[in-house]
Design a protein around this ligand. Structure first.
Ligand SMILES: Nc1ncnc2c1ncn2[C@@H]1O[C@H](COP(=O)(O)OP(=O)(O)O)[C@@H](O)[C@H]1O
Ligand SMILES: [Mg+2]
Length: 275
């Protein structure tokens, strides 16, 4: 079964889109280097702000007929084929594909309130096409909204990016609880919290170091801490030029850290290399 990673945290600006896009591309690069039989990765953007869509595809004006909006508002029997037809190539790599977000997703949340089965409108069509991809990566919006629930219900692995600041880490437990709620309350046992990613870590800041140390010492959260991405201004410049960190600054500290996160994930899921 292919794996679907959702990046989730109801706080904005913590590095969800940065991690979703660079992890997705990092996985394509790694799987290609390992000569994996299928190195394709699908990035699904569920945030109406379309940041992940914009940096990977160069556009953010997808709409009624060519975006995730089209998939989740389609007749259910057509949803999987519509999903396939809405996927676009990224301009980062031929094996990185994107299901674009749309500003219309904002309206979709309201249109679908109370519609039976609405939270499964991504999981269900995705389950029918996910085997075309080695990994699917889902970026979410900064809230526990219907679209975030759709992302969590479609996923097998949740990664939680968090900034090394006091109030951010205080909110961490509520993010973990939400994931557990989806797994247990919504009977989606395949979903697991596969890691916490500390983003924008500045080792010159005493407060950052203390927070990471207290996370590491925490009996539950400490075991989940899987990656520390350094604060690196190359990340912002890469966004501005619509490039991945690997292409924009291959020798930067953030590039190494995202490559390591991709390696960690591939090791966890033991994707077969070419025999
Ligand atoms: N490692 C990093 N170093 C420096 N800036 C970063 C880093 N990661 C993200 N950023 C910046 O932080 C901002 C928020 O990141 P983003 O990924 O859009 O967060 P989210 O999707 O959680 O709202 C962006 O301006 C981005 O360029
Ligand atoms: Mg974002």
């Amino acid at each position: 079964m292919s794996r679907t990673i959702v990046l989730t945290n109801h706080k904005g600006g913590v590095g969800k889109s940065t991690t979703a896009t660079n992890l997705a591309y990092g996985l394509v690069r790694l799987l290609t280097n390992l000569e994996a039989p299928n190195p394709r990765v699908l990035l699904i953007d569920t945030d109406s702000q379309s940041h992940a869509t914009l940096v990977t595809s160069g556009r953010s004006d997808y709409g009624r007929d060519d975006s995730l909006y089209t998939v989740i508002t389609a007749e259910r029997k057509d949803a999987a084929s519509i999903l396939t037809s809405c996927v676009v190539p990224s301009h980062w790599d031929e094996n990185l594909h994107v299901l674009p977000a749309s500003p219309l997703l904002e309206i979709a949340e309201r249109e679908l309130i109370g519609v039976p089965g609405a939270p499964y409108r991504l999981a269900e069509p995705l389950s029918r096409i996910a085997s075309h991809y080695a990994v699917v990566v889902i970026d979410t919006r900064p809230s526990f909204s219907l679209l975030t629930e759709m992302g969590l219900l479609a996923a097998t692995d949740a990664l939680v990016p968090v900034e090394p600041r006091y109030l951010e880490t205080v909110g961490l437990q509520s993010v973990i609880n939400k994931i557990i709620d989806i797994r247990e309350g919504w009977r989606h046992p395949e979903l697991r919290v596969s890691g916490i990613v500390v983003t924008k870590m500045d080792r010159r800041m005493k407060g950052h170091i203390e927070l990471v140390e207290s996370l590491q010492a925490h009996p539950v959260l400490g075991k989940l801490l899987c990656s520390i991405i350094p604060a690196n201004e190359a990340v912002a410049y890469a966004h501005q030029t619509h490039q991945s960190i690997f292409a924009y600054a291959p020798r930067s500290s953030a590039s190494y850290a995202y490559a390591q996160l991709a390696r960690l994930f591939v090791k966890q899921i033991a994707i077969p290399e070419r025999a």
